[in-house]
Design a binder for this molecule. Structure first.
Ligand code: MV4
Length: 449
């Protein structure tokens, strides 16, 4: 087992990893930017190294500084958390070159899954369902038009280097193709330095359902059921739950088996997630594979009673997994509490938290790095807390969430708590009938002050 892990991240996920390391008897090293000197991850770790000024590119993304911090503290592994360098092939490679175990995917795996068109080709070969489309990249505008005709409008053009919706266009008729072709390629080139485009059928009002998987170094694979992440806004997830209210035993079996096929085909090692689009008829299509721990891993932990970070560390250290699949035993919901003003288009609201009281009680979990007096820096993402409830049924988990939200006091900044309070009473949400279009029609009504 590792003796000392450096956590190359900040915020709640850095704390989350430190907590598991403590339970496992592993020493921890925090790294921090000057903006995070007062952060809890700095205080809870055994050692802490300042790696640069506030800007992410000069600190949490600065590979040389992080490797130097690992070397001077004698860390034998790096946990990248999510975001930052967690899916950076170069960083994974540099860690290996310095004899530091990267607790994440190999450079080859990250590259293979990072290129969406080749990831899709890999999945087709593995027998995983994908969205009907044209294999490979579009050669030119005429090829794009021909392909769309073949697939049948509406189609979706996607950047092969993309993700998070960048460089993606819906095209409903041929006259829209030229504009979409030019603008999507430009956008993708600016964002990723790559303008490769592929094309597939547009799936109307899909759900986003993902399967948690794990694989070890010995060819054992398992899935740990699904998470429904359909409630998103501008490709930012707001609420996640498991089991999915749309799930059936038959669909879970099929999606689980497909995900095991995906993991086996790429010899996946560690914990990962296979993301799917699910249409109204419960057809499911591979979308992306994430080679990191995700923000929403918590709800899976709650319904199978299992520490996924511990599993991730054990697999990286060479432990075997049993290979048996896990089914949800409970129902869990996570609300992402962001420092954003839902009344003003979810505009970021950094600043000092003057009052802080977090909810508690049976079936309530709060993963956060904030406290009364903490100042949310403006340099990083706006998520400040994850509120998770777990209960026997969906209805009880929702009731518990309403109760927990009503106890949650955060003053000094705007948060998304009142948004979640309205959502928990929303008829469509209560029905469990939310697609990825849900937020486009949701009207937030601010409570009277
Ligand atoms: C799609 C789609 C409909 N049809 N592909 C958005 C992010 C990127 N990873 C894939 N995305 C989508 N791909 C086809 N063929 C709709 C989306 C999509 C979406 C997917 C998951 C969650 C939220 C979404 C919001 C808008 C669009």
């Amino acid at each position: 087992m590792f003796k000392k892990i450096l956590i190359a991240n900040r915020g709640e996920i850095a704390l989350r990893v430190i907590r598991t390391c403590k339970e496992m008897g592993i020493k921890t090293v925090a790294v921090y930017s000057t903006a995070d000197a007062e952060s809890l991850h700095v205080r809870f770790a055994d050692e802490a190294v300042c790696i640069g000024p506030p800007s992410s590119s000069d600190s949490y993304l600065k590979m040389t500084n992080i490797i130097a911090a690992a070397e001077i503290t004698n860390a034998d592994a790096v946990h990248p958390g999510y975001g930052f360098l967690s899916e950076n092939a170069k960083f994974s490679k540099v860690c290996a070159e310095h004899n530091i175990k990267f607790i994440g995917a190999s450079p080859e795996m990250i590259d293979g899954m990072g290129d969406k068109a080749s990831a899709k080709a890999t999945m087709i070969k593995a027998g995983v369902p994908t969205v009907p489309g044209v294999e490979g990249l579009m050669k030119d505008l005429d090829h794009a038009k021909e392909s769309a005709k073949e697939i049948g409008y509406p189609v979706m053009m996607k950047a092969t280097a993309g993700g998070g919706g960048k460089g993606m266009r819906i095209i409903r008729a041929e006259e829209e193709m030229e504009g979409a072709w030019e603008s999507a390629r430009q956008e993708s080139l600016a964002a990723f330095g790559n303008d490769g485009m592929y094309m597939e059928k547009f799936i109307e009002e899909p759900r986003h359902i993902e399967i948690q998987i794990a694989g070890d170094q010995y060819g054992n694979y398992c899935h740990l059921s699904e998470r429904d992440c359909s409630i998103q806004r501008r490709h930012q997830k707001l609420v996640e739950e498991t089991p999915s209210p749309f799930m059936t035993d038959k669909l879970r079996k099929a999606m689980g088996a497909a995900s095991i096929k995906a993991a086996t085909a790429v010899k996946y090692e560690g914990v990962g997630t296979v993301e799917y689009l699910v249409d109204k008829d419960r057809n499911f299509f591979f979308m992306e594979m994430n080679t990191r721990i995700q923000v929403e891993h918590t709800i899976t932990e709650e319904v199978i009673n299992f520490d996924l970070i511990k599993e991730q560390i054990k697999i990286a250290a060479g432990h075997k997994i049993s290979g048996k699949n896990y089914l949800p035993q409970m129902h869990a919901i996570q609300c992402r509490i962001n420092a954003e003003d839902p009344k003003n288009d979810f505009r970021p609201s950094p600043g000092a938290i003057t009052t802080y009281h977090s909810p508690g009680g049976h079936g309530v979990r709060v993963d956060t790095h904030v406290y009364a007096g903490y100042k949310i820096p403006p340099y990083y993402d706006s998520m400040i807390s994850k509120l998770i409830t777990v209960a026997q049924t969906r209805e009880e988990a929702i009731d518990k969430m309403e109760r927990a939200l009503s106890e949650y006091v955060i003053e000094g900044i705007k948060t998304t708590i009142p948004f979640h309070q309205q959502l928990m009473k929303d008829p469509l949400f209560l029905e469990g009938n939310c697609t990825t279009k849900f937020m486009e029609t949701f009207k937030y009504i601010a409570p009277e002050e």
